[in-house]
Design a protein around this ligand. Structure first.
Ligand code: HEC
Length: 144
């Protein structure tokens, strides 16, 4: 009987990892309880944000190497007070763009290609789920 325990634990772990993988590979379309799903997306988004934190703060008005991400959704690109943007980013805003789910997706997938000449030294997010979770998280970074 003792041996059984050693088998059950790894099997449970494999089961967990497997279900986690299939859940994220299918675009999160399983009928998960809504509140649960919301928390899940929020946590996943927060975890993707770790990739940004080396250069970005989420504190209102706090610029670091990159501009604050607080209130980024709805912002005209290149307009954070006190941050020195590249001419490319300023021009992107002046061209009439606004940061929303669509413009952010394109930019964050491949920053260099989306806005040639911008100074964000980040290779991009290739995973669609990561990107969507991050966008949901960014939407929460605003004044109530
Ligand atoms: C290596 C540092 C670095 C990393 C990592 C990084 N960024 Fe940036 N980011 C910058 C810099 C620098 C700029 C300003 C670019 C410019 O002026 O051309 C910028 C600009 C931006 C802008 C435009 C904001 C505005 O005010 O117009 C957004 C949105 C953005 N980053 C989001 C992100 C997100 C989300 C991540 C993580 C997935 C990320 N960045 C990762 C350095 C970084």
């Amino acid at each position: 009987m003792k041996k059984m325990k050693f088998l059950i634990v790894p099997a449970a772990l494999i089961g967990f990892v497997f279900s986690f993988n299939t859940a994220s590979a299918s675009g999160g379309e399983e009928p998960v309880h809504e509140a649960e799903q919301h928390v899940h997306i929020f946590e996943e988004g927060a975890s993707v944000l770790k990739k940004c934190r080396a250069c970005h703060s989420v504190v209102e008005g706090k610029n670091m190497h990159g501009p604050s991400l607080f209130g980024v959704i709805g912002r005209v690109p290149g307009t954070m007070d006190g941050f020195r943007y590249s001419p490319a980013m300023t021009a992107f805003g002046e061209a009439g763009n606004v940061w929303n789910a669509e413009t952010l997706s394109t930019y964050l997938r491949n920053p260099r290609k989306a806005i040639p000449g911008n100074r964000m030294g980040f290779p991009g997010i290739k995973d669609q789920d990561d990107l969507e979770n991050l966008l949901h998280y960014l939407e929460t970074l605003k004044a109530e």
